[in-house]
Ligand binder design. Sequence first.
Ligand code: PMM
Length: 346
Amino acid sequence: MTDRAGPGEPPASGRGGGARTGPFAFSPFRPRDRRPSPKAYAERMSKQSGRGRVAGLPEWDRCAVMGVVNVTPDSFSDGGRFFDTTAAVKRGLGLVTEGADLVDVGGESTRPGATRVDEAEELKRVVPVVRGLASEGVTVSVDTMRASVAEQALTAGAVLVNDVSGGLADPAMIPVVAASGAPFVVMHWRGFLEGGNVRGVYDDVVTEVVDELHARVEAVLAGGVAPDRVVVDPGLGFSKDAEHDLVLLAHLDRLLGLGHPLLVAASRKRFLGHVLAGPEGAPPPARERDAATAAVSALAAHAGAWAVRVHEVHATADAVRVARAVEGARATGARTASHTSSEGAR
Ligand code: PMM
C-alpha cells in the first residue's frame, strides 16, 4: 500500500519530502476567495464515507498516525524522557522511522494538576525541536495553548496547530492561526484540569461534547480559519472519566457528523488503565498501555478517524494499515458480491 500526496504537496511519508525553504513552502494555502464556505464544506464532508482530508497537509489513504514528542519534565505518559532538544529531535525522527506520518511537539504538560510553564520556557522547549524536525522534512504539528508559541513554531516549520483548549485558553490563538493559514485541531475542553474533575459532569456526554465542539468550530470559522483546515477532537480524558471516554469512542460517528476530519488521542490514557486493571483493581502504568492504545487506533481508524495521536507508533502504524486493508477488502468484497449475484441471475 502506498501513501498518496496531494497535488503540490509533500509525499505522505513525511521524511524525504524534498527541500523546504519556509514553513509553508510545500503547502500553498489557498487564497481566501477559493476557500469553501463552511456550509458547502460540511455538506461535502457529510456525503463522504471516508475520513476527509485536511487542506495544507499531505493526504493519506488511511487513518494517519501522529506520533507524540513531549518536551516536558512531567507529561502524563512520557514526561522527562525527551527533555532536551537533541533527544527530542532524535525521538521524533525515530517515530517517523516507526511509521508516524506527523509528529506532534508539545512543551507543556496537560496532566491534571500540572502548573503551567511560562511562555519563555515553552518557547525554549518547543521551537528548536520543531525546527530540527521540520528541517529533516518531518510534517510537524505543535501542541500548544499559546498563540505566541504557535506562531513561532509555524515560523520554525510546523504545519499544524494542535490546541487542547480549542482556542479558549488564549484569545490571540484563533487570529494567529487564521492569519497563518495553518490547519487547526479544535479539541473539546472545559477548562484547566485543576481541583479534581469538577467540570466532568454530563447528562449525555456525546450530545454535550458534540454541541460544545460545534460551538467552538463556529467560533474558529468566524475567526477566519478555513473550514477545510479544521480538525475536531473529543478530548478524551479532559474533564471526562473512563466511562465518558468509552461512550465517546463508541459514538465516533456522531463526532464525524460535525463534518470535519476527526483526531482521536487515546494513547496511554487513564481510561485504558481502568479497562486493563487487574482483579485487585490496580491499573497498569501508562507505559504498559500501548497494546490497548493500538487496539483503540484500529477501532478509531475503522470508524473513519482522520488521525490517531500516539506515544508508541509501531503498533499503531500496523493497526491503521490493517484497518485500511479491511476497508479495501470491504470495497472489493462488495464488488465481488454484486458480480457474483449478477452472474447467478444469468
Ligand atoms: N491529549 C494530551 C495532549 N495533547 N492533543 C489533542 N489534540 N488531543 C488530546 O487528547 C491530547 C492532546 C495529553 O496527553 P499526553 O500529555 O500524555 O501526550
